[in-house]
Design a protein around this ligand. Structure first.
Ligand code: NAP
Length: 301
């Protein structure tokens, strides 16, 4: 078993920023990431809303954060965490290939992934018309036709946001009532967005990029092909919180206090895995900084 002051699980912007702050603050830090650094941010072709960075590839931005964390002495391990033991004063985790690690403090930054429609063409056209982030990619659809799938707050906010750029926005929802809160529902009904009720997207089609979606009316069973340049999938997120010994919110996220502490002393969480109103690189980074500061306070005060 190797011991550190702080374990950080997940190498997206939250985990990387936590590593920068904690290592710079004098803690011995091990960050464990199961794939490559950057998380969902690394999948974003062009980040243009991170303050101070006019434009950057998501991976390039994350790679710089990782470099910065390493400069301050944070260690990185690329492996999968298979078990968490968080209840005692010393937190221990097991990994698939590298053994066990322990620390008196841990920051959970495993993030979330967008729920997929799981329809033909969805994976094929991801990044070539199919997107899971309107804030990230909306500006690429200036004067184009876009389709949003979903009926919650995210889908409605995305459709309204996209209507600022796109020539035409349609929202496809599987029921005849939106899940989104009333004020948003009113707003979209009074907007230029066309709502296609009682319908689901059953396929994404095109040649080298997306050009149409197949939409099925769930009441009549009839299908139609609708031309579109973009398909924004906004049907909820799936946080990586399986097997965590923490009480989760209804959506499966980790509730945190303002210092990113959880109900278990010494266990913090940051970024997309937490219950929060805005999931962006900048808010994940801010969470990571706050969590690291709180962990340092617990370790050294
Ligand atoms: P959500 O509230 O879970 O809504 C998901 C939507 O997608 C629902 O309308 C659902 O339909 C639909 N859906 C789910 N699976 C589907 C499928 N396989 N095919 C077609 N449609 C499907 O997710 P969200 O909108 O991402 O919001 C997540 C959380 O963040 C919520 O708590 C939300 O309130 C919060 N949030 C808040 C704000 C804000 O306060 N401004 C903004 C964004 C998000 P049904 O309605 O039929 O279930």
């Amino acid at each position: 078993m190797k011991n550190y002051d702080l374990l950080i699980i997940g190498g997206g912007p939250a985990g990387l920023t936590a590593a920068i702050y904690a290592a710079r603050g004098g803690a011995s830090v091990l960050l464990i990431e199961k794939a490559g650094v950057g998380g969902q941010a690394a999948l974003t072709a062009d980040v243009e809303n991170y303050p101070g960075i006019l434009s950057s590839g998501g991976y390039e931005l994350a790679a710089l954060m990782a470099q910065q964390a390493e400069k301050f002495g944070a260690q990185f391990l690329y492996d999968e965490v298979t078990a968490f033991n968080l209840t005692g004063t010393v937190k221990t985790i097991s990994t698939a290939y590298s053994g066990d690690f322990s620390a008196p403090a841990i920051i959970l930054c495993m993030g979330a992934r967008p729920r997929k429609l799981q329809i033909p063409g969805e994976n094929e056209f991801a990044g070539r018309g199919v997107s899971y982030c309107a804030t990230c990619d909306g500006a690429f659809f200036k004067n184009k036709t876009v389709t949003v799938s979903g009926g919650g707050n995210t889908a409605v906010e995305d459709a309204l946001y996209l209507s600022r750029f796109a020539a035409k926005v349609r929202l496809i929802h599987r029921r005849d009532t939106l899940r989104a809160e009333r004020i948003l529902a009113e707003h979209i009904k009074n907007s230029s967005v066309e709502i296609v009720w009682n319908s689901v997207v059953t396929a994404a089609t095109g040649n080298d990029k997306l050009s149409a979606v197949i939409v099925k009316n769930v009441l009549t069973g009839t299908e139609a092909s609708l031309n579109t340049d973009g398909l924004f999938v906004a049907i909820g997120q799936v946080p990586y919180t399986d097997n965590l010994p923490l009480k989760l919110s209804d959506g499966g996220y980790i509730p945190v206090n303002s210092d990113m502490s959880t109900k278990i002393p010494g266990v913090f969480a940051a970024g997309d895995i937490t219950e929060k109103p805005l999931r962006q690189i900048v808010t994940a980074a801010a969470d990571g900084a706050v969590a690291a500061q709180a962990a340092l306070k617990r370790l050294f005060n």
